[in-house]
Design a protein around this ligand. Structure first.
Ligand SMILES: Nc1ncnc2c1ncn2[C@@H]1O[C@H](COP(=O)(O)OP(=O)(O)OP(=O)(O)O)[C@@H](O)[C@H]1O
Length: 298
């Protein structure tokens, strides 16, 4: 579904350039539900905005389905956004219209794209657990319910890919669990590919694969040890404390030409700056601080 290779995004302002993505590689399979984690400023939203067609990449490759997002023109991009991708933001509910009902809010974007499908709008609200509340005005719904209306809207154009940026960032744990349950269901039942950006490791531990971004590059991948395990139980089947390392195996990402990212903490601990020594001992690759030439000579 998604294929990024060497993806670069540079933001240029008057006097500075920020390289937000520095040659990022990422592949997401059709029907996969995965999460992207990373510190603030690591490039997560930049990546999501590019995948959502909201921002243009600077260089590299980025394909979503049949679309080449580096090459699309403006009218193709409109088509891409209408036909392929759905978006959910942390504060999506803020963009809803308080004086319209939940159902009317879901129908609104359908109207803007020229085709209202009331039966589908109702089905979406049923999927997100708002069957009984679809005729209530938005202002009569709780924050969590409004976020679920926003999810229904994100699905209203029947996307093939759903992008969610901190979708549970401003809701309580119960609503957060409900939202993850909705994602899981639509992922299973209609095979929708879902990419979730989050800071929340508990949330991330509920998906099969988590990709960590550091400084605009994919650095580590966490793959679930037991993907067959039923995730429907309250704690995702992992115990309440199910952190990433407990549930997933961590792999460092090595790109096609052999580049990998060594965590800054490791480098600092060993005092490695611009250079290091690398040795292959037949079973391991060992990176050590460079030996001083003087030492070698003595
Ligand atoms: N429009 C912009 N103009 C200039 N710099 C930008 C712009 N958008 C993002 N950046 C910079 O790009 C880098 C990556 O930002 P991005 O928002 O993608 O990070 P993030 O991982 O989503 O962070 P957060 O978790 O805080 O949302 C940051 O250094 C940020 O300051």
């Amino acid at each position: 579904m998604i294929h990024c290779e060497g993806l670069v995004k540079i933001f240029k302002t008057k006097d500075i350039e920020v390289v937000a993505l520095q040659g990022l590689n990422l592949t997401v399979e059709d029907g996969e539900m995965m999460a992207i984690i990373g510190n603030s400023g690591s490039g997560k939203s930049t990546l999501l905005n590019i995948l959502g067609g909201l921002d243009h990449p600077s260089a590299g490759q980025v394909r979503v389905g049949e679309w080449d997002l580096l090459k699309v023109n403006d009218s193709e991009l409109v088509q891409y956004k209408r036909s392929t991708v759905g978006f959910i933001w942390q504060n999506n509910a803020r963009n809803l219209l308080p004086y319209l009902t939940a159902l009317e809010n879901v129908e609104m974007p359908m109207m803007l794209s020229g085709k209202v499908d009331r039966a589908y709008a109702k089905q979406l609200l049923e999927w997100v657990g708002l069957k009984e509340r679809m005729h209530n005005k938005l202002q009569q719904l709780s924050g969590g319910e409004q976020q679920r209306v926003a999810i229904a809207i994100g699905l209203s154009n029947r996307p093939k890919l759903l992008l969610a940026d901190e979708p549970t960032g401003s809701v309580d744990t119960r609503t957060s669990d409900q939202i993850m349950e909705i994602f899981r269901r639509i992922n299973r039942e209609i095979g929708l590919t879902i990419v979730i950006v989050t800071h929340d490791l508990t949330l991330a531990s509920k998906v099969d694969r988590v990709v960590a971004i550091r400084d605009g590059l994919t650095s580590t991948e966490f793959v679930r040890r037991n993907p067959g395990l039923d995730m429907a139980s309250e704690d995702g089947g992992f115990g309440k404390q199910g952190g990433l390392q407990e549930v997933h195996e961590a792999f460092v990402v090595v790109d096609r030409v052999g580049r990998l990212q060594v965590p800054k903490e490791y480098l600092e601990a060993l005092g490695i700056g611009g250079r290091a020594t690398m040795e292959f001992d037949g079973g391991k690759i060992v990176i050590t601080p460079p030996k001083l030439i003087k030492e070698e000579e003595s």
